[in-house]
Write a protein that binds this ligand. Structure first.
Ligand code: PCP
Length: 274
């Protein structure tokens, strides 16, 4: 196979299998090429991925070695996407009682959900995440998007026990937004002790829901190494219980009465991105 054809096929395979180890012998066999040629090809691909600001190839040496495509969105790409999302959300008609924002249309757009997943996967690419955890319902599409780029499974926390979940662990929590005691339930089979967990949700107001998930993770002796929320809205009437989280969008100065709203970049951008 000609180098130009190999480069296209190789890039496609790597992008289609984010965070997955691909061995050099696999590429050699697939493209009937010497490992030295494949190594040169991979250097070219790595260079272009970084130039395009969409990630890089991580090399793993040794007999079981190879390369992994690590999605890592550049600052420029990230800002462009989030600014466009802020503009779309900064619409007073989206305001809901209790300082909520209607975002289900965004969560219904696969391309936007995929980009949100890519941003979080970029941000958490070095956190060695084993599993992405979310709570039903609106966090689910985002959790799958993040997990697909990190190449890890998704675990969904429910609010009610179901016979199909087997024996479960449950905790009670107060979701600040609804000010009522709620329950979170998770099947005992779903998480191994010591799992490194990335918590993902669509929205955080008082942080009671994310805090509930953190408490539930303690019941499983799992370690929360990353917390990502698409949007956060300040909760004027109570101190937020969560501080160690990453948000893509911040909703400020919500004035339901006068239908005013401000939507800005979240704290995702406070950290130096490559
Ligand atoms: O930070 P808090 O004050 O706890 O609120 C954030 C919660 C509330 C809302 O979920 P709901 O709309 O209650 O439930 P669902 O996701 O099933 O629509 C949102 O999806 C977060 O999970």
């Amino acid at each position: 196979m000609k180098r130009s054809d190999r480069l296209v096929a190789m890039t496609n395979h790597l992008i289609e299998h984010p965070s997955q180890l691909v061995s050099l012998p696999f590429f050699s066999a697939e493209f009937d090429s010497a490992k030295s040629s494949i190594s040169e090809d991979l250097a070219i691909v790595n260079n272009i991925l970084q130039q395009q600001g969409i990630g890089y190839l991580e090399s793993i040496s040794g007999a079981a070695g190879g390369v992994k495509y690590i999605p890592s969105y550049s600052r420029t790409n990230s800002e462009k996407f989030i600014d466009q999302l802020c503009e779309q959300l900064e619409d007073p008609d989206r305001l809901l009682p209790g300082g909520y924002l209607y975002m289900s249309d965004i969560l219904g757009e696969p391309s936007k959900v995929r980009n949100i997943g890519r941003l979080f996967a970029s941000y958490f690419s070095t956190s060695e995440v084993d599993v992405v955890v979310t709570v039903a319902t609106k966090g689910i599409p985002l959790a799958y998007a993040v997990a697909s780029f990190l190449n890890v499974p998704v675990v969904i926390v429910r609010r009610d026990p179901k016979v199909t979940e087997g024996s479960t662990v449950s905790i009670n929590y107060v979701s600040g937004s609804s000010k009522k005691i709620q329950t979170m339930v998770l099947s005992k089979r779903s998480l191994q002790e010591g799992s490194r967990v990335c918590i993902i949700d669509d929205f955080m107001k008082a942080g009671g829901t994310v805090n509930g998930m953190k408490n539930l993770m303690e019941e499983f002796r799992a370690e929360v190494v990353a917390i990502g929320v698409l949007a956060e809205a300040e909760d004027e009437d109570e101190e937020r219980v969560i501080t160690d989280y990453t948000s893509l969008i911040q909703i400020n100065n919500v004035d339901v009465k006068n239908k005013q709203i401000e939507v800005r970049r979240g704290n995702y951008f406070r950290r130096e991105l490559n």
